[in-house]
Design a protein around this ligand. Structure first.
Ligand code: SAM
Length: 293
């Protein structure tokens, strides 16, 4: 049943929940957005314009999907909950300004982590044109989703993603801060990170325990060349194994010779007492190279 009240309105969401006996599935990270300002904040952060090709992950009952469609985007959505297509079919507007929405919205029941973008979307999107990914993510798989998108063949211009606030802070952290770590480094070698807005937990139904943030990730024009990615990530991870200890201490498992460790730390321009959080991404790249050498 279509309505003039937006799906992101708590009254409308509650009506949908009652009508279809929706029970938010915790194991699928289902927390539906019921805050129009927050939804519009996501649309604005993603700079959605009419004609944009948008992949949405987890449309739920459609609060974000509806506004993407109203903003003129063409939306392809991945969802795993098979009770939702019927609800979306009934509740999303059938027409916008006289236009039949079937040509602008497609839903695929598929785990986003199993996506084969060209095969799934090839006949709906023009892959020579920019593609944006927009989502209020299922938080239990936030980082696997980010890395599977980053390492996919999808030539996206931006990922605008709502996630747990603490994860967002780790993504956009700078050296010398408590949030700076392996996740920060793995992401920032590939993408520029911008924190767009923070959303209170009361903006969701049901309300999660944590607050949320929307982050915009854009591929770097030139990715930071880290050499062998597996080796680089392993070095970074081992350096942060005990983040309160010095870099020298953490490096013991990688370089047993204490003179060599001291020499490498000096060569990187770091103080002997430096901690892993004091090491910039460029210095980690250099460190990984020196360890291989
Ligand atoms: N977009 C809706 C909103 O903002 O109200 C719902 C967001 S809810 C936080 C996350 C959504 O992701 C749910 O609809 C859930 O069923 C879906 N989901 C969970 N795991 C998924 C997966 N592996 N692939 C695709 N969608 C998934």
């Amino acid at each position: 049943m279509n309505s003039t009240i937006a799906i992101d309105n708590p009254v409308r969401t509650q009506a949908i929940v009652n009508r279809y006996f929706v029970k938010a599935k915790k194991n699928l990270g289902q927390n539906f957005l019921v805050d129009h300002q927050a939804v519009m904040g996501i649309i604005e952060a993603a700079e959605i314009e009419a004609g944009d090709q948008v992949i949405e992950i987890g449309p739920g009952i459609g609060s974000l999907t509806e506004q993407l469609l109203l903003a003129g985007a063409k939306v392809f959505a991945y969802e795993v909950d098979d009770s939702l297509p019927e609800i979306l079919d009934n509740e999303l507007p059938a027409k916008i300004a006289g236009e039949d929405l079937a040509s602008r919205f497609k839903l695929l029941l598929k785990d986003i982590l199993q996506a084969d973008f060209k095969a799934d979307i090839g006949d709906f999107f023009d892959f020579s044109q920019p593609i944006k990914v927009v989502a209020n993510l299922p938080y239990y798989i936030t980082t696997p989703i980010i890395f599977s998108l980053a390492n996919s063949d999808l030539n996206f211009v931006s990922l605008t993603l709502m996630m747990q606030k603490e994860v967002a802070e780790r993504l956009e952290a700078q050296p010398n801060s408590k949030d700076y770590g392996p996740l920060t480094i793995a992401v920032q070698t590939q993408m520029a990170v911008k924190l767009a807005l923070t959303v209170d937990h009361s903006s969701f139904m049901p309300a999660p325990k944590v607050d949320s943030s929307v982050v915009v990730l854009r591929p770097l024009a030139k990715k930071i060349a880290v050499g062998d990615v597996k080796h680089f990530n392993r070095v970074v991870k081992m350096c942060f194994a005990q983040r309160r200890k010095t870099l020298n201490n953490n490096l013991k498992n990688l370089i047993s010779d204490s003179d060599r460790r001291a020499k490498i730390i000096a060569e990187l321009g770091l103080k002997p007492q430096a901690r892993p959080e004091n090491v910039t991404i460029e210095q980690f790249v250099e460190l990984a190279k020196l360890i291989t050498a």
